[in-house]
Write a protein that binds this ligand. Structure first.
Ligand code: SF4
Ligand code: FES
Length: 248
């Protein structure tokens, strides 16, 4: 017989006229290997089919099941209930637009970030369909792969004090994305061009250094290291733009 657990879920559907935000308790029996995703699924299948939450992969790959679990942003499919107290809360991520209950619209936020950071290779080279694939140095490929591991869950944004008070802050994930293109030798953008995108308080200079992003990222990306790298580049680019001819 497993432990009895109580999950207090945030409930509110902004699309239902008159609906009010509230917490609703669900009691269920825990069993071996139960993740929070499985528990929420059990609630939806056996207790309450109206509960809204997101998932796709169930394997910490798609990033869609992020939520506040006892106040900390985490992936529901990567969280074992046995590591939580017998009574805990689940809430939707802040910062993102609420769709309903535990579901938020991270898709639009990340699409806007994609456009804002112009997250594609900028090159003047013409693509030749007949040319052989150009090999990339393994070390560089691995360096690029590291920031590419971001699953766009939004945990680093939800726990970020700056993102919670500034609508225009791109968060650690945005800076991580810019870092990915700066280290890619195929991208011909100069530092001054990146400065236009990330060299202000909505980018690298908005971070106040509390480092919650680093603690909360479920992929354990080195977000502060990447921020420091981009910040150094942008500080140099800013000085060169202000004092043309300066030697650094
Ligand atoms: Fe999620 Fe980490 Fe990507 Fe932030 S950087 S969106 S926490 S995977
Ligand atoms: Fe894909 Fe959790 S369901 S990350």
């Amino acid at each position: 017989m497993g432990r009895q657990i109580t999950i207090s879920c945030f409930r509110f559907n902004p699309n239902i006229p008159g609906d009010k935000p509230r917490m609703q308790d669900y009691k269920l029996e825990e069993y071996e290997g139960m993740t929070l995703f499985i528990a929420l699924n059990d609630i939806r299948e056996k207790l309450d089919p109206t509960l809204v939450f997101d998932f796709v992969c169930r394997a910490a790959i798609c990033g869609s099941c992020a939520m506040l679990i006892n106040g900390r942003p985490r992936l529901a499919c990567k969280t074992m209930t046995r590591n939580l107290p017998s009574h805990f809360t689940v809430m939707p991520l802040p910062v993102f637009k609420l769709i309903g209950d535990l579901s938020v619209d991270t898709g639009k936020w990340f699409r806007d970030l994609q456009m804002r950071t112009e997250a594609w290779i900028h090159t003047t080279k013409k693509f030749d369909f007949n040319a052989l694939e150009v090999r990339m140095d393994n070390k560089i490929a691995e360096e690029i792969y590291e920031p590419e591991r971001c699953v766009e869950c939004g945990c680093c944004v939800a726990c970020c004090i700056t993102a919670n008070i500034r609508d225009d802050f791109m968060g650690a994930t945005g800076i991580n994305r810019v870092c990915r293109f700066i280290i890619d030798p195929r991208d011909e953008r100069a530092d001054a061009e990146y400065f236009e995108v990330v060299g202000d308080e909505g980018g690298t200079f908005g971070c106040v250094g509390l480092m919650a992003c680093d603690d909360m990222c479920p992929m354990e990306l080195p977000l502060q290291e990447n921020l420091a790298f981009v910040r150094r580049k942008m500080a140099g680019a800013g000085l060169k733009l202000t004092f043309p001819g300066i030697k650094l």
